[in-house]
Write a protein that binds this ligand. Structure first.
Ligand code: 8YV
Length: 331
């Protein structure tokens, strides 16, 4: 009898996915869902044929360059693969896959919610009532926010998620602008009514709301650097559902504190799960909205991500190229 491949799964996955993995593979599941320590991760790549990883696993070059590293496939449960040294994996002949598409719409929904959240102040309002706060009753001048319609939204990264955000934002009456490595196809730009900015600097200086929707790659680390953040208008908002590392978070925090940027809505942070206490203070003051990395967190999405992981593993084991391979030149 052929031995089933050992598949080590670093985090707890939806029940239906774990059941299927047990049927198909010799699956070593992580039932108590504690993130793996660096030592456990080192050990996992030495014992597993296949590793199912998530954003919380730092799979560095050091982890992969161990002489007795055995793993042949790293099947990431997630779209972003910035936690994996893809170049080091490639050099060692290790295949890396991710789970694109299935989380696009959910992430775009959450981005849209965050685009609304700070200007329309609904988190602040809800928090006040939830805390049993004293509501003086309706007043013509109370809890006023800013209208979305007619404002300019600047999307950084016009891939699948950026485009899904643009479609939603257009329905809310926002004018769509974007910066990307290259313009999208004219047909898509037309459909989205989207204006391309080759210069990120120039776009930043003119937008009312900026939404970060690009992956973290070496080229996008601190893309919103201190210098660029200073180009943003005083009455503008920054939204990030991509990766915290794309923004110089400390400078963003300082600029909001100083009233140089109106506010921000952040689902991701530079040093997750740590959240800068100064951002928390700004949240209490209604200047920012903070979410704990929930962009793709739907039951449906997580099951579909798990199904994609299984397809990638099975195709790999059938000696075919898995559909969602990530190659260094894609970064
Ligand atoms: C996932 C994400 O929850 O897919 C991504 O890139 O940020 C999230 O949707 C996480 O990465 C799981 O690995």
């Amino acid at each position: 009898v052929k031995k089933k491949p050992l598949v080590v799964v670093t985090r707890k996955l939806p029940d239906s996915i774990e059941t299927r993995m047990r049927e198909l593979f010799d699956a070593r599941l992580n039932l108590d869902d504690q993130p793996m320590t660096p030592e456990q991760l080192m050990e996992a790549v030495r014992t597993a044929d296949i590793l199912v990883s998530t954003v919380t696993d730092e799979i560095t070059g050091n982890v992969l360059k161990q002489p007795d590293c055995k793993v042949k496939l790293i099947a990431q449960f997630g779209n972003g693969v910035d936690n994996i040294d893809v170049v080091a994996a490639h050099e060692r002949g290790i295949t890396v896959t991710n789970t694109p598409n299935v989380l696009t719409e959910d992430t775009a929904d959450m981005t849209m919610a965050l685009i609304l959240a700070v200007p329309r102040r609904f988190i602040e309002g809800a928090a006040m009532l939830t805390a049993g706060g004293d509501w003086p009753g309706w007043s013509p001048t109370w809890m006023l926010g800013r209208r979305l319609g007619g404002k300019r939204l600047g999307i950084i990264g016009m891939g699948r998620i950026g485009q899904a955000v643009a479609r939603r934002a257009r329905a809310f009456g926002l004018q769509i602008h974007y910066h990307n490595r290259k313009p999208v196809a004219p047909k898509i730009a037309d459909e989205l009514g989207a204006t391309y900015w080759d210069s990120l600097d120039q776009m930043l200086a003119r937008m009312d709301i900026i939404s970060v929707n690009c992956p973290h790659t070496p080229a996008t680390f601190h893309l919103l650097s201190a210098r660029r953040l200073k180009l943003i208008r005083r009455d503008a908002y920054v939204v990030n559902t991509a990766r915290g590392t794309v923004i110089d978070e400390d400078t963003l925090t300082r600029l909001i504190e100083a009233g140089e940027i109106a506010g921000a809505a952040l689902d991701v942070f530079e040093h997750e799960p740590a959240v800068n206490p100064r951002l928390v203070r700004l949240a209490k003051a209604g200047k920012v909205v903070l979410l704990p990395h929930m962009g793709s967190a739907t039951i449906e999405g997580r099951v579909e991500m798990g199904e994609k992981v299984i397809i990638n593993i099975r195709t790999f084991l059938d000696a075919h190229k898995p559909p969602d391979r990530v190659l260094p030149n894609m970064l």
